[in-house]
Design a protein around this ligand. Sequence first.
Ligand code: SF4
Length: 231
Amino acid sequence: MSETKLCRKPAVKKQSRGPLVPDRIASILNALDEAYPAAECALTHRSPWELLVATILSAQCTDVRVNLVTPELFRRFPTPQKMAKATLSELEGLIRTTGFYHNKAKSIQGAARKIVAEFGGKVPQTLAELVTIPGAARKTANVVLGVAFGKAEGVVVDTPGLRIERRLSQATGETPQMVEQELMQILPASRWIDFSHQIIHHGRQVCAARKPKCDRCNLEQLCTAKEKTWR
Ligand code: SF4
């Protein structure tokens, strides 16, 4: 996705009350809408199955790298049925550059076999079912539900998301799972899918782990993070 143009001027007013008051949360959502009006999943896919596999491969790997690998992977094994019959060495050879390829090959082979054996060859559409699939923890399940099926059963929180939510004082939890539960309490469910994409883009474009670009951040006046590089 091309880099979104960001405003230098803050789009929001300073808040003088607690970090979770509704008008502050609304200001954060408005600022994210302004900065990332069309944020969407960057993993190339043509079906829920391809998205599931791509999301499993994206662990500890960039979406760009995954998108380089998946065309040939899906050309060779286009369906769960075909991938269920692939050998681990075949899969490892195709996904090697995404890192952790031994485990990832086991996961996507296991996912294919589980979907064929227990879900009629189709990716299931509930969180409870998705998290039973090898390689698909809650974050992956939320990505697939939100992007492929338009269903919001949770909020996608990865490691960068955890960092950003804590910087914005929207959450205090120490794990993505804890932060997701906090976000589900304060965000309207209608925003869970878009918000997840917007925070991912914010982490990539502005709120980096090291040297966040606070001078380009339109959330700056809402942010009290000690890591801020500009105010
Ligand atoms: S002001 Fe800086 S630390 Fe705060 S959200 Fe923006 S980029 Fe991140």
